[in-house]
Ligand binder design. Structure first.
Ligand SMILES: [Zn+2]
Length: 250
């Protein structure tokens, strides 16, 4: 039995214990549920968030540990966006859609997709992904923002968080780089796998421009357009603290 299969077995309880109890797996993946009342979601304390934000409880616990270490090292981390459901993503999408009224549809879609997801395809639906401190790359390129970003690059993986939308020069497709968007991969990797198994273009519907989802390559280019090393099977280095796994045999 190879090593990654052992890791899968050992992580299985983590994934299954976080499964949605009141909504179907499909509706959960599409953001069609109320995270405020979902049993495995919690509201983030205002000390950690810039507004009312909810996260999967496992993700929140990992964030709090990361926040504590950062604070001890002089870095302040604030969540500026967490879980968003389908309707919230639809409101963002359609506001941008209306603002670009004079463009042809596919060009409009491609422009909005530089930084915003189509409803039903956002990782923010899953409760695993957070935006930290600021929503501009330029903020993270100098001064305090740069120190925060460098701290995250070095330390966030120890807590399970990874930058999924990295620079595109390595061939990554989809959204532009987002230095603020961090994903709790021990859970999100499983949800991405579920998404690829369960979601087809017929489910990506119910908003302006949804008929262009396939032409825009939403599933291969955007939903799967994450940093290459973060695709399954997960490397061992991605394991969060506290997960015990079998020793290597070397
Ligand atoms: Zn984000």
């Amino acid at each position: 039995m190879n090593r990654s299969f052992f890791v899968f077995l050992l992580l299985l309880p983590l994934f299954t214990s976080s499964a949605q109890q009141t909504v179907s797996d499909l509706d959960f993946l599409l953001g069609k549920y109320d995270y405020r009342t979902a049993s495995n979601f919690v509201k983030v304390d205002k000390n950690y968030a810039a507004k009312s934000i909810y996260l999967n409880e496992v993700v929140y616990a990992a964030f709090k540990e990361m926040h504590l270490q950062a604070k001890q090292e002089g870095v302040e981390l604030k969540i500026v966006s967490g879980t968003r459901n389908f309707n919230e993503q639809k409101a963002i999408w359609e506001r941008k859609w209306r603002a670009l009224d004079n463009m042809v549809s596919l060009a409009k879609v491609n422009l909005i997709l530089e930084y915003s997801s189509m409803p039903a395809t956002s990782r923010h639906h899953w409760g695993t992904d957070i935006d930290i401190n600021n929503l501009e790359n330029s903020y993270f390129e100098e001064g305090r923002g740069r120190a925060e970003y460098e701290w995250l690059v070095k330390n966030a993986p120890k807590f399970g968080f990874y930058q999924v939308y990295t620079a595109q020069d390595s061939g990554r497709t989809g959204y532009r780089e987002e230095k603020w968007h961090w994903s709790y991969m021990p859970l999100a990797a499983k949800y991405l796998q579920n998404f690829n198994e369960l979601v087809d273009y017929c489910e990506i519907t119910g908003f302006e421009g949804s008929e262009l989802a396939e032409e825009a390559g939403m599933i291969p280019n955007y939903v799967n357009g994450i940093h290459r090393e973060l695709h399954s099977p997960l490397p061992l280095s991605i394991l969060p603290k506290g997960i015990v796994y079998l020793q290597d045999e070397e």
